[in-house]
Design a protein around this ligand. Structure first.
Ligand code: KIV
Length: 287
């Protein structure tokens, strides 16, 4: 097992794959959540553009902006002593041109303190990947269900479920590898297709909803904690019902405020009697 407090690096991720250790990967969008994940031994943290939905209440990830992503990435990076931090490039921060892609990837590293960036797309995005890698920035590819292209791929649906599209994913993997990605994330791909991709891949392949055959697993933290209530994808395993715990706490607070049970003496500052008496005298004189 690797040293819990030593920062995870790309060579260490490759070492884990060689040793047959599975990589744990979770999203985080703020400092306290990232601190807890880091402390728990999560190997990689994705500062996902899903933050636009989980944190800001937007209907899709398309509303995430560079400024928002860079700011939350910086918060996560400040907390991640050990976890490897991946900043997720938001919609239109890399699609328009290589130059825009390099500039924005650079912001994730310089301002956000990320260890790498992730971008969505296969063969068509290979030139962007190459340009960013040429600038010295590690890139994770993301294929399969790519939410930024939801309208192109028929919605938030599993991908690669027929032979042609499965082959397409294998070709995308090769293009991305040739462009220099250090890893690939497969989203919502059938487990058997993912296994074929893993067999042929030269880089670590991470799964979100793509079965147990990948080198590591990613989930969205708000899904596993039961904090995102709009919908739950099939591949999510819920590890806690934090929404219920928090709602109960809020209800208890409202009840205590209404009843006057909060604040109690232990939550209240005291003025020493002597000072209190002095204040009373001054007030009396001023009357
Ligand atoms: O933004 C995100 O959390 C993601 C995952 C859904 C892969 O990109």
């Amino acid at each position: 097992m690797s040293d819990k407090r030593k920062k995870v690096t790309i060579p260490e991720l490759y070492g884990m794959v060689d040793r047959g250790e599975r990589i744990s990967f979770l999203t985080a969008y703020d400092y306290p959540m990232a601190r807890l994940e880091d402390r728990a031994g999560v190997d990689m943290i994705l500062v996902g553009d899903s933050g636009a939905m989980c944190m800001l209440g937007h209907p899709t990830t398309l509303q995430a902006t560079m400024d928002f992503m860079v700011e939350i990435t910086a918060a996560v990076s400040r907390a991640a002593e050990r976890s490897f931090v991946v900043g997720d490039m938001p919609y239109m921060s890399y699609q328009p041109s290589d130059e825009i892609a390099v500039r924005n990837a650079g912001r994730f590293i310089a301002e956000g303190g990320a260890d790498a960036v992730k971008l969505e797309g296969g063969a068509r995005m290979a030139p962007r990947v190459e340009a960013i890698v040429d600038a010295g920035i590690p890139v994770m590819g993301h294929i399969g269900l790519t939410p930024q292209a939801a309208s192109m791929i028929g919605g938030l649906k599993s991908q690669g479920r027929d032979a042609e599209t499965a082959l397409g994913l294998m070709e995308d993997t090769e293009f991305l590898e040739d462009a220099g990605v250090f890893s690939i994330l497969l989203e919502a791909v059938p487990a058997r297709v993912a296994e074929e991709i893993v067999k042929r891949a030269e880089v670590p392949v991470l799964s979100i909803g793509s079965g147990p055959g990948c080198h590591g697993q990613l989930l969205i933290v708000h899904d596993i904690l039961g904090l995102f209530e709009a919908f739950t994808p099939k591949f999510v395993k819920k590890y806690a019902d934090v929404a219920q715990t928090m709602t109960t706490a809020f209800e208890n607070y409202v009840r205590d405020v209404r009843s006057g049970d909060f604040p109690a003496a232990e939550h209240t500052y005291r003025i020493p009697d002597e000072e209190w008496n002095r204040l009373q005298e001054v007030l009396k004189e001023a009357e």
